[in-house]
Design a protein around this ligand. Structure first.
Ligand code: NAP
Length: 331
């Protein structure tokens, strides 16, 4: 059966302006870092993306190295895009990134113009796209002048291969410098993608202020701490969970499920229940409580997790007392 998107998909999603740009992003976005590799069932991948788009999630986040193996998530996405989403291209914001090791030799990693240009060409081929909406430098490369990396991003926009550019995991100082170079070139930085969750809050100490000053949007990753900020690990480690699957490449492992973070999750779970939502929903709503946050990118191994995430928007307000209690639990 050809896919027909849900006609009511735009009725309930909340769209938030990305910094001082003209672009709006859905409050919840979906990322393909995990669960879209070669060993993942294509039917499940398809159902996750359809569930997302049907709920008004217009933004899918990729990178050259997502898989495993590296490149596989873009290939999976390309297949599903061709089957299901091609007719909806103008309703989608598709992002990809380069910055981690992709191919052997000195040009397959880092921040050189050579790498950033070649990598985007490869990503476009894997996804079967003419252009991406957002192209990110995935991490700072201190061995390449920031001017060179930013000039490469700007050139790709001018060539029509990307509409906007972004930065990921740049420090506040690096972000300020990169933003100044991009502005000078005429391609303002659209967005920054940092790690942010109830358990990892360092962007509150500077980066968010820089983004607000520079007019750059913010999209948080690993807001569920790869599943720790859900109720899934509170009674042990389910066999099909990310922590049990030994995926490598940065995926959480059982040994990283510390008693301290699980205890915090347990306390937070009680508060979430008193708010009438799941811990995952409260964790996402909490990230979105800051008006400087444009969107939060969730990972999902099942369509139901996307639906659960979207449900967080039904109760996104926190009283000062709830926020204070959360701070106490995390202290
Ligand atoms: N820029 C960067 O450097 C960077 C780095 C990492 C991620 N990202 C982006 O951010 C995206 C999300 O990252 P992430 O996967 O670490 O995010 P996350 O949202 O913190 O974790 C996602 C995982 O949590 C579990 N989960 C999600 N919803 C759940 C629910 N309702 N109940 C129980 N478990 C649930 C699932 O794991 P199970 O498999 O256990 O079900 C899911 O795969 C990535 O896909 C990528 O696009 C960017």
């Amino acid at each position: 059966m050809p896919y027909l998107a849900n006609p009511t998909r735009y009725d309930s999603m909340n769209y938030r302006r990305c910094g001082r740009s003209g672009l709006q992003l859905p409050a919840i976005s979906v990322g393909l870092w995990q669960n879209f590799g070669e060993m993942d069932a294509l039917g499940n991948c398809r159902n996750i993306l359809r569930t997302a788009f049907d709920a008004g999630i217009t933004h899918f986040d990729l990178a050259n190295n997502y898989g495993p193996p590296a490149g596989a998530a873009e290939e999976t996405f390309g297949r599903l895009y061709k089957d299901d989403f091609k007719a909806y291209r103008d309703e989608l914001i598709i992002s990809t990134k380069a910055g981690y090791g992709m191919w052997p030799g000195p040009y397959g990693d880092g921040g050189s113009r050579k790498y950033l240009v070649a990598s985007l060409d490869q990503s476009l081929r894997r996804m079967g796209l003419d252009y991406v909406d957002i192209y990110y430098h995935h991490r700072p490369d201190p061995t390449t002048p920031i001017e060179e990396s930013m000039a490469a991003l700007d050139a790709l926009v001018r060539q029509g291969k990307a509409l906007y550019v972004g930065l990921s995991s740049y420090s506040p100082e690096e972000t300020r410098r990169a933003s100044a170079v991009l502005r000078e070139l005429g391609t303002p930085c659209l967005i920054h993608q940092p790690k942010y969750s109830l358990l990892v809050r360092d962007i509150e100490d500077g980066l968010l202020d820089v983004l607000a000053e520079e007019g750059i949007g913010c999209i948080a990753f690993s807001a569920l701490a790869q599943g720790v900020l859900t109720d899934k690990y509170l009674q042990g480690v389910p066999a099909d969970s990310r922590a049990a699957r030994r995926l490598g490449n940065g995926a959480i492992e059982e040994s990283q499920l510390s008693p301290a973070s699980l205890e915090k999750a347990r306390q937070l779970n009680e508060l979430a229940q008193s708010r009438g939502q799941s811990l995952a929903q409260m964790a996402l709503a909490w990230v979105l409580r800051d008006p400087r946050m444009t969107s939060v990118i969730i990972g999902a191994s099942k369509p139901q997790q996307v639906t659960d995430a979207v449900g967080s928007l039904a109760n996104a307000q926190f009283s000062p007392d709830e926020l204070a209690r959360i701070d106490q639990m995390l202290a």
